[in-house]
Write a protein that binds this ligand. Structure first.
Ligand SMILES: *[C@@H]1O[C@H](CO)[C@@H](O)[C@H](O)[C@H]1NC(C)=O
Length: 166
């Protein structure tokens, strides 16, 4: 009895330690606690609220390979960073501008068959829908199917995490 009472918290702590790492992005996924109204800048330009646009989470050590490719933000099965074009991900403000253009149009202007929306709520579904809009924008930055791979960001893991919360 006493031994169990002593062990139980220890076991709980252990299981918390061994929790799968994909749970971590959950905190960074959550929209700011204050579901603040759009900034005046966003309101006047009609753009998306920048505070709802996830950071890229890109690799700070790009490690150019001499052929225009750099280390992305994600490792492959053998533990090597997946290579992405060194221009990826793009400048954040340019990305927000393109995202805003697409959201205003309701689809990717560079790939008109791809519909998207950017809801402002905080449910997993709404966060997922926003992330999908960001991914679609990222993949069509320079034309139909011409953009940056998602491996240039840490969004793939966040997308998986959100999917598991539906
Ligand atoms: C569409 O592609 C052009 C390049 O062809 C690029 O300049 C523009 O920013 C892109 N627009 C969006 C919304 O991604």
């Amino acid at each position: 009895m006493h031994a169990f009472a002593f062990l139980a918290p220890f076991l709980l702590a252990l299981s918390a330690l061994s929790a799968p790492t994909p749970c971590e992005p959950a905190t960074s996924v959550a929209a700011p606690a204050s579901s603040a109204p759009p900034t005046s800048a966003a309101a006047t330009t009609g753009g998306v609220d920048p505070s709802l646009v996830l950071q890229f989470g890109n690799n700070p050590n790009p490690n150019p390979d001499g052929t225009g490719n750099c280390d992305g933000a994600v490792k492959d099965a053998s533990g090597n960073f997946i290579k992405v074009p060194c221009a990826c991900p793009p400048d954040r403000q340019l990305f927000i501008n393109d995202l805003s253009t697409n959201v205003a149009a309701g689809h990717c202007v560079n790939n008109t068959g791809v519909d998207l929306s950017f809801p402002s709520g905080n449910t997993a579904q709404e966060q997922f829908t926003r992330l999908q809009a960001m991914i679609d924008t990222m993949q069509n930055l320079n034309g139909e199917g011409k953009g940056c791979p998602i491996a240039a960001t840490n969004w793939g893991a966040i997308q998986q995490q959100l999917t598991s919360e539906f």
